[in-house]
Design a protein around this ligand. Sequence first.
Ligand code: AMP
Length: 216
Amino acid sequence: MQIVIFGAPGAGKGTQAKILSKRFNIPHISTGDILRDSVARATALGNAAKEIIESGELVSDDLMGGLVKETLQNIDFDKGFILDGFPRTVNQAEILLNIFESLKINNPYFIVLEADHEVIVSRLSSRRECSNCRAIVNLHDIEDPKVYPNCEAIDTLMKRKDDDEVVIMNRLKIYDDSTLPILNFYRDKFNIISVDGTDSIDEITNNILFAIEGAA
Ligand code: AMP
């Protein structure tokens, strides 16, 4: 099961990717997570990317293309993977086609999570990341923001710097201007599966699974 999951920031790509990763026992490759981990470890990549990520801008296509190719080469990609956060520009979309061609990845599922900006801004404003277990949570979904039930840590829920409202608006503009045109570019190259990203988490997962079965 080779999957590319696509959608605006906050459309729920990470949440669904984690669920599908467990369900199909395939690695979840999130370019955002890789970058944030590199920032936390202060690697050369992390130091180069830190300010870019915090302002909501995009890291360079060449750097990201190299990172994705290397990551795919280091896993058993024939068995499957779920790629989340790449491509984000038409240039990256071309790079990904070349990577898939060179690795003979012929028929990946390309899933698009659709959600309008209003829903996204509201979701991202109340999104928090646990600094202990790195899980993502929405404040609306837990009783006490001081105690995170997933890992029982206290006072660990942090707002990501790029979930600040001004940065969110910048990220959405970049999505509209640079990322959305990928759909047109891929229209005749992939079987694009669109799913409503505003439903509940379980409904979205079921709709993705249903669509995948239908496309198989
Ligand atoms: P995400 O967690 O996918 O929203 O990514 C967080 C941030 O990492 C983005 O706002 C970008 O700054 C950077 N990033 C992640 N993936 C890419 C990519 N494919 N191309 C460029 N920048 C990226």
